[in-house]
Design a protein around this ligand. Structure first.
Ligand code: ADP
Ligand code: MG
Length: 250
């Protein structure tokens, strides 16, 4: 995969809407006419209270779910038009990091990183790449550690390395620091920022925590599935100011 062209759009959502039945005959609008464009190489946070639709958007961008209407274009591919094998191929070009790490407990750290590519033939050396990624997330030498023997922060590092095994141009992270203490959360955000620069990835990170979201370059805020705020965060704007701005919006 070639590096994204800076200035080209990595991701485009046009009027994306998704509704779920509530089981009592009602409906919830998890994504409400969402339209935005994300430039290649950007670090964007989706924020908003629990239930505002952050995960739903990430799942649709990663082709784990399909919108009821609207179009999603990722890296030039119309994701919403994909079916079957083409959809599965696309999913493998996207890295996904979850709140609960989702490591396989019986596998070592190295085998967890390798797991997504084990069934496939690759033109590159899988073990070599997995070992490099282990070092890139600061865990060189921990090849044989089992998840149960690792801290939450270490497990999330392994999950991030696993998400990078296919050299994704797009990394989707859903509350990746939600289970971590704030010092470890900061380490994980630093790691993501560094990996983004090194691998020239686009990162879309969902977090209900404004302190976490404020680490991104741009903040898209959701309420009831709709975009209610879209702000560019500049280096000279203090984080506290951004958080105050967000909390004023309620
Ligand atoms: N699979 C599902 N079935 C029914 N309702 C869902 C499903 N997934 C999400 N929802 C609902 O959609 C809304 C948005 O959820 P979600 O995207 O998980 O929000 P967030 O990640 O911001 O907490 C919520 O009201 C949630 O209950
Ligand atoms: Mg969520």
């Amino acid at each position: 995969m070639t590096a994204p062209d800076p200035g080209t759009s990595a991701l485009e959502l046009r009027a994306v809407t998704k509704r779920y039945g509530t089981g009592q005959g009602g409906q919830v609008t998890a994504a409400d006419d969402v339209t935005f464009t994300i430039e290649a190489g950007a670090f964007v946070a989706l924020t908003g209270a629990s239930g505002s639709g952050k995960s739903t958007l990430l799942h649709m961008i990663g082709a784990l779910e399909r919108p009821d209407s609207g179009v999603i274009i990722s890296g030039g591919t119309e994701v919403t038009a994909l079916r079957g094998a083409a959809q599965a191929d696309y999913r493998r070009t996207v890295g996904f990091v979850f709140q609960r790490y989702n490591l396989l407990p019986a596998l070592t750290a190295l085998d967890n990183i390798l797991a997504p590519v084990l069934p496939y033939r690759t033109s590159w050396d899988k073990r070599q790449r997995a070992t490099q990624l282990l070092a890139a997330v600061g865990l060189a030498g921990r090849e044989h550690s089992l998840p149960a023997r690792m801290s939450g922060g270490e497990q999330q590092r392994i999950a991030i390395a696993r998400a990078l095994i296919n050299t994704p141009a797009l990394l989707l992270a859903d509350e990746p620091t939600g289970n971590l203490d704030s010092a470890t959360a900061t380490d994980i955000l630093d790691l993501l920022a560094r990996l983004r620069a090194e691998h020239q990835m686009t990162i879309v990170l969902a977090s209900h925590d404004p302190q976490i979201a404020a680490r991104a370059e741009r903040l898209i805020r959701l309420r009831d599935g709709a975009v209610i705020d879209d702000i560019q965060l500049t280096k000279d704007r203090p984080v506290q100011d951004i958080i105050r701005h967000i909390s004023q919006l309620g």
